[in-house]
Write a protein that binds this ligand. Structure first.
Ligand SMILES: CC(C)(COP(=O)(O)OP(=O)(O)OC[C@H]1O[C@@H](n2cnc3c(N)ncnc32)[C@H](O)[C@@H]1OP(=O)(O)O)[C@@H](O)C(=O)NCCC(=O)NCCS
Length: 237
């Protein structure tokens, strides 16, 4: 049986089962027993025929990521009892989802991850990155507030791998919040206000959302952001 046909797949040194477990642990640590999740090694996954428009003209690496993310999301939705058709893109690039479903997906070269839930009182965002340092030239773009610096510092010095985890945190926050108000956020528009990385942090956005983010740095960098509306400090306009 080819490696791509086995359930436990390792590519680029990333074990999809280990990543799936790490993501599940994050969700459980955040009390998110109602959130479903999964991880899949990036591979030549079958696409729904209507999804092929998403990969027209893209390089192989992006095609594999796009296809694997959608296969994974469909699998996770299936475990929720939701039969999903094609997963296209809607405003701003976010996934077009069945009514009543919230979900987020992310992929790097090796692995795709996703989280999904149901209901109108929940927003979700997820991000994944290799467990490597953030390139020095973008550290100041990502680490932008006092709370950010406190979250990623070791003995007062910015730790570059934690800085990359902060990058994940901010991307996960963006993916959770964009579907709520469709406002584009820069890195400086998201700030850690409590907590340290890796671990659980609270972040706020320029637009008024308060977001809980759980993270890990092993076996990859993972951040899962959620807004539960009973706990949000959002200002409704
Ligand atoms: C959305 C974004 C963060 C995704 O990051 P990425 O590194 O390109 O890709 P990831 O693998 O992490 O995530 C891709 C998935 O994010 C999701 N996504 C894309 N745009 C989204 C949006 N506006 N809202 C929610 N989810 C979105 C899609 O499901 C996408 O999967 P697909 O490409 O298979 O359709 C990025 O494309 C973007 O738009 N960045 C601008 C905003 C930003 O980063 N600001 C700084 C942080 S606050």
């Amino acid at each position: 049986m080819a490696a791509s046909d086995t359930r436990r797949v390792v590519r680029g040194g990333v074990d999809e089962v280990a990543v799936a477990r790490a993501l599940r642990t994050l969700l459980d640590a955040g009390g998110d027993v109602d959130v479903f999740s999964g991880a899949r090694a990036v591979h030549d996954a079958p696409m729904h025929p209507r999804e092929r428009v998403l990969v027209h003209g893209v390089v192989d690496r992006v095609r594999r990521q796009t296809a694997t993310g959608r296969l994974l999301l469909r699998e996770v939705l299936h475990t929720m009892g939701v039969v999903a058709g094609p997963i296209l893109r809607t405003t701003g690039g976010r996934p077009a989802l069945p009514i009543g479903v919230v979900a987020s997906l992310a992929h790097d070269d090796d692995v795709a991850v996703c989280v999904a839930g149901a209901g109108v009182n929940l927003a979700l965002g997820v991000d994944v990155e290799p467990a490597l340092p953030l390139p020095a030239e973008i550290v100041d773009d990502v680490v932008t507030s006092t709370g950010d610096r406190a979250a990623v510092a070791v003995d007062g010095v910015v730790d570059p791998v934690r800085a990359r985890l902060l990058f994940c945190v901010k991307e996960a926050v963006y993916k959770a919040c964009f579907p709520l108000d469709e406002v584009f956020l820069e890195f400086a528009d998201v700030a850690v206000v409590e907590g340290a990385l890796p671990g659980r942090v609270e972040a706020t956005t320029r637009t008024g959302w308060r977001v809980t983010v759980t993270t890990t740095s092993s076996p990859v960098l993972l951040a899962c952001a959620r807004v539960r509306f009973g706990q949000s400090t959002a200002t409704f306009r």
